[in-house]
Design a protein around this ligand. Structure first.
Ligand code: NDP
Ligand code: MG
Length: 394
């Protein structure tokens, strides 16, 4: 797919990645056109986006009656419910489907988009973590490309341009370390929602920001990298890099190391996925700030202190156990993060609950889509049950 304008179907248009995707479209009107948009509950913003971008198809999941009512008055043409998401994912006039919801909701639309032959630009890492085997197999069968938006994976992808997979020695994901890189276990116990939402280098949606504070996000990214690049877990490493300037690296068998760098920006990986293999000139757009090396002065790299960040260890354990463990991990994490965000559990209880759920999980090998969704739903329910009881461990 090399021609422009590319026609985009965007799922999750009102979120952090969704809005930044529309920033890119706004700056490059000759390259991109929005043909379909979907969101869940932010009807006011969705209606503004419809006014500005004139998509031919609009969908709103509308998870409450209040939202449904707002859709009926502000966007009467919108398709409601899950079928709207599938309609956006498979919209005949779209070339690229951008999966920018968080959590489980992106899975079925992504598989549907692949089935309809769309190129998929994927931010929604939970879909790959839970069902990487289904997504990548389906993409392989349908000869469609799955292009990463997550900054680390975009970095690895860019390092791999022109390289051969058989010559990779290691993928090295960088992690900012989040807001609690230096915090003691005692300090972690007392972390407030506000502190956990204040990420030092990235502005993102609430779920991924908490995942970045617990380092669950980096664990999920290891699984995401495994599926996207078909590299074994033993060859994927993580290094803490607080400045978030080197977005990830690839080491090759001859010992050469490539890294991709920029000031922290999600616009850049979004542009790369949408325009690939073309590189778009960003200088005039204000989307990617120039990197002025003397003012960077130092780039630091340190080892990740896993004992203080049990969520990272749990993600790697789920990866090693495979089956439906990664789905249970994603479901348990979604629910636990929600409980934390609503003040119902403390910061360290996120990991405690996820661990207790994984200990109780009965995994199925090579799960299909139904088993994948079922494992995630089971884990969510189990987190709710365990959060109300004082006995968390077997
Ligand atoms: P946000 O929470 O900011 O946005 C989520 C979006 O998904 C919103 O538009 C929301 O709609 C929509 N949505 C949620 N549920 C549904 C549903 N059932 N039907 C339709 N739309 C739905 O998340 P982010 O943009 O931060 O993250 C999106 C994904 O990208 C995540 O998987 C995250 O891990 C990944 N990612 C994000 C990065 C970032 O910088 N933000 C960086 C790298 C990866 P509404 O607002 O209307 O409720
Ligand atoms: Mg990332």
């Amino acid at each position: 797919m090399t021609t422009f304008p590319r026609r985009i179907a965007l799922l999750g248009s009102t979120g952090s990645i969704g809005r930044q995707t529309l920033d890119v479209v706004r700056r490059f009107p000759d390259h991109f056109q929005v043909v379909a948009l979907a969101a869940r509950s932010n009807v006011t913003l969705l209606a503004q986006q419809v006014q500005e971008f004139h998509p031919s198809l609009v969908a709103c999941f509308a998870d409450t009656q209040g939202v449904e009512q707002a859709v009926r008055t502000q966007l009467p043409e919108a398709i409601l419910g899950p079928q709207g998401l599938l309609a956006v994912a498979t919209y005949a006039d779209a070339d690229i489907f951008v999966a920018a919801t968080s959590g489980l909701m992106g899975l079925q639309p992504t598989l549907a988009a692949i089935g309809a032959g769309k190129t998929v630009a994927i931010a929604n890492k939970e879909t790959l973590v839970m069902a990487g085997h289904l997504v990548m197999n389906a993409a392989h069968r349908a000869h469609v490309a799955i292009l990463p938006i997550d900054s680390e994976h975009s970095a690895i992808w860019q390092c791999l341009h022109g390289e051969s997979k058989s010559e990779i020695r290691r993928l090295i994901l960088t992690a900012s370390g989040g807001p609690f890189r230096r915090a003691s276990l005692e300090q972690l116990r007392a972390v407030t929602v506000e502190q956990a939402l204040a990420h030092p280098t990235w502005r993102m949606g609430a779920k991924i920001t908490i995942d970045s504070a617990t380092l669950m996000n980096k664990g999920l990214e290891v699984l995401e990298a495994h599926w996207l690049f078909d590299v074994p877990y033993e060859q994927i490493e993580v290094v803490v890099h607080p400045e978030s300037i080197v977005h990830s690296m690839v080491e090759f068998i001859d010992g050469s190391l490539k890294m991709q760098a920029s000031l922290p920006s999600m616009h850049l990986p979004i542009m790369h996925a949408l325009a690939y293999p073309t590189r778009l000139p960003s200088a005039e757009t204000g989307l990617v700030r120039d990197l002025h090396w003397p003012s960077v002065a130092h780039l630091n790299f340190e080892e990740l202190d896993i004992p203080r960040f049990p969520c990272f260890r749990l993600a790697l354990e789920a990866a090693r156990l495979s089956g439906t463990y990664p789905s249970a991990l994603v479901g348990a994490d979604e629910e636990a993060v929600e409980l934390f965000l609503t003040g119902q559990i403390g910061f360290l209880e996120i990991a405690e609950l996820i661990e207790a759920v994984l200990e109780r999980h009965q995994s199925i090998s090579y799960p299909d889509i139904a088993a994948t969704i079922e494992a995630s739903a089971w884990a969510r329910a189990m987190v709710r049950t365990l959060s109300k009881s004082s006995v968390r461990h077997i």
